[in-house]
Design a protein around this ligand. Sequence first.
Ligand code: SF4
Length: 497
Amino acid sequence: MKLSKTNFLICLDCAKNAWLKIHKPEVYKKEGLSSFELNIVDTGNQIDELARGLFPKGVLVESRDDTELTKKLMEEKTPVIYQPVFATEKFLAVSDIFVFNSDTNVYDLYEVKSSTVSEENGGRKTEDYLIDMTFQKNVLDDLGIKVGTLNLIRLNKKYVRLGEINLKELFFIEDLTNQVNEKLEDVRNKMEGAFELLSSEAEPKGHCDCILKGKNSHCTTAWYSNSDLPEYSVHSISRINKKKLAELVDSRIFNIHDVPDDFPLSDNQKRQVETAKSGKEYIDRDGVSEFLQKIKYPISFLDYETYPSALPRYDRYSPYQQIPFQFSLHVIDSHESELEHYDFIYTGNDRPDEFFAEALKKHLPENGTVVVWNQKFEQGINKQLGERLSEYKDFMQGVNNRVVDLMVPFFGKTTMYDHPEFKGSASIKYVLPVLVPHLSYKNLHIKEGGTASDTWNRIVSDEYSEDEKNMKVQALKDYCHLDTLAMVEIWKVLKNV
Ligand code: SF4
């Protein structure tokens, strides 16, 4: 086995997962990548290819094990090489861009990452990227290949597109040579340790490290390494910290029903555990009644679907800014009125903003409450729309001023309604099937937001035939329609409470 850079980084994140990826791929791949995760991979490749535009006319080493071609191109001092491959007996590294520097007579290395960075606040994961580049440097040193500078290329968070994309402004290049050289020995030790562990056939036994972490940290192979965990385990206790989890795990208390009554928990956690144990719903009727009074007719139940494009696709967009492409709106004018529904979806080639804002202004009642689920999201989109479209700035601010978040009665410290089947989650995907059993996402073609985003992106990227496109557009409408209908029905249940 040769330890690749990718598997080394997975191993640093979680040794058990890396071992499963290499020795039990059927377990590692069992759940497969979601369409949204596939989209992240596509985005990474897209950014890699675009960044090559900073050093045009390079030669691409197609195959990820073609060390011979790499060697030949370097001997010929080829000005720019994309995806050069380096392998020693133990390690395999594929770099993104090598640029020959005629001043120093060696190649400079450029590593491309699809995350963002800003001059002021730096970037996330810088430490991971440093380790990534140090792995490469160690392999090059093992092969006796001298390189000049080691540079990290990331998306400039502050970049705002106007007209054609300006690569030099879109990408931010940092020379991290010194930082890499300082890490060589430390990463070398980690590489040797990972190689030892991962080339061993002996499977790391017992629970994996996430036995001491909350459910949100668990990866797609957690089911395999912690097969004795019950469906509703102590790992689902909302915001449980490592110390408390360790106490429960050390006492081999895995099932939330087995948590001792006097175990120290926050009020919110205590309520969740008691609800689970009692098997009965918890309802704070006064709280619910007070909350419902904030909701005034005409009531608009509103939900947006967006796509976070790494590359700013339209004018006045920055990297990863959400593109609002769809909304669903259910309206109840008064106590006696029928439910009305309006929807909007844009699949053209222009910037959706203007069409989105115009349709929203046309259908959204000028007064009354705007009900959403997780207000930070819709309000954030409205603010950005107002910033890009000055003619809609006041309208968007007006909408945000009327927002009430229907997630509040089900969320954290503000919980007024809890149920054992919510399993500690305030996601509408957990609340709906319990409060409104006749409505479900199960039979929909699109069941969650990530797939909705990815589907829209593939529609506007012409990845579908006309028939497929029409089917996908209908699936997007059905999904977003249920998001707002679900809020209507949940509001009715709260009213009946
Ligand atoms: S659940 Fe956590 S510790 Fe276990 S394999 Fe996954 S990432 Fe690793």
